[in-house]
Design a protein around this ligand. Sequence first.
Ligand code: HAM
Length: 438
Amino acid sequence: MITKPKGTKDIYGVEAKKWQYVSKVIDEVMEKYNYNFIRIPVFESSELFHRGVGETTDIVTKETYDFTDRGGRSMTLRPEGTAGVVRSYIENKMYGDDNKPTKVYYNYPMYRYERPQAGRYRELTQFGMEILGSDDPLSDAEIISLAVNIYKILGLKEIKVNINSLGDKESRDNYRSVLLNHFKGHEDDLCEDCKERLLKNPLRVLDCKVDGEKEIMKNAPKTTDYLNDASKERFEKVKEYLEVMGVNYEVNPNIVRGLDYYNHTVFEVEAKVEGFGAQNVIGGGGRYNGMVEQLGGPSTPCIGFAAGMDRLMLALEKENVNIPVNESIDLFLLYVNEDEKKTAAYLSNELRMNGFIVETDYMERSLKAQFKQADRLNSKYIAILNSEDLKNNEIKIKNNKTKEEDVISLDALIYYLDEKLALEDCDCEDHSCHCNHA
Ligand code: HAM
């Protein structure tokens, strides 16, 4: 048997319905915030991620799926969405659009060669959003509050937002030298990766999962103590707007994020779900003002966020959030002979085109087995097609729960189902919802 690759999963049945529901809610919320969906390639030239995400990141040094295509080009499966979005922004000259800033979102699989475990996959799905072209602290606050609101709307109760500021280039450079001083003479206490990071990008040392608990890490100077006045002021504004929007957050100076491209605001969202362990970070993002220019576009301030869909789905499940999925159909059409089958074919086509969820038999089942199948599908109504009735242009239709039965004119079927199903879906007592109860 050929099995799925390590770190991937099949999503089907009720689970797939839940994913679709969550994606639909995300689409609806993004529309309210006026973000447009963007579809970018699954693979890009490897250079994009080396230059965009950063040469020293775990993602680029250890986790990319790289391949040489048949034309000898070096390609990489996207490990995240931001670099591809920026490439597309530059290539399609979106910066020339009068409609500023550019607000886009995405929701699709990414690929990282990580050690798989619960909540950590090699094919992971992220939904994310990016605002390109605004440096207003309100755009930072919008992204953070939007992330929080999506989780809230979906029903997650216990989420925590950790925010931090890495400051502008001057603040980062200043902090970088303080940090280098702090680790000077302690290089041997660090893991091999960190020794290398210290040379290339010392900030990333703080993000180490191996050395995280060591004293030298815990005593490390904090980014927020080394912000220059402009960066400090900017961070204060972001916090003010978050407060106006009623977003609960905590400033956590240990948040530096695992990608090289950030400056100023960085943040992560944690789900407080018991037993979730290290995978409770369900999303993260921040400002990346230098990336567009670094990839060959005009200087453009940007901010974004990406959430792990896989982790979000696990969090919803652990918190017992009820995700509405439709596990019933409106009507099952039963038949015995070929003429009746043709009518079933005709009616199922018509009814589906009129918005009803309709099924019939494609398995040469006996009539008895068709009744069973209708039950299995939780069919609200069943119609027994019978040549005699059909000759009189009539159809026998039955409520599959109450077993109440009507014989109606075929021409009235759509009207009949409309009425009955509207009643079924409604539980008001006084017709206040205009449900045609009367
Ligand atoms: P990231 O922190 O690398 O950020 O990923 C965002 C989220 O994706 C994580 O918080 C986590 O929930 C999920 N995730 C990451 N790796 C895995 C995995 N192997 N399995 C399951 N879930 C995973 C970014 O990707 C940035 N592009 C975010 C961003 C957008 N920054 C600015 N704009």
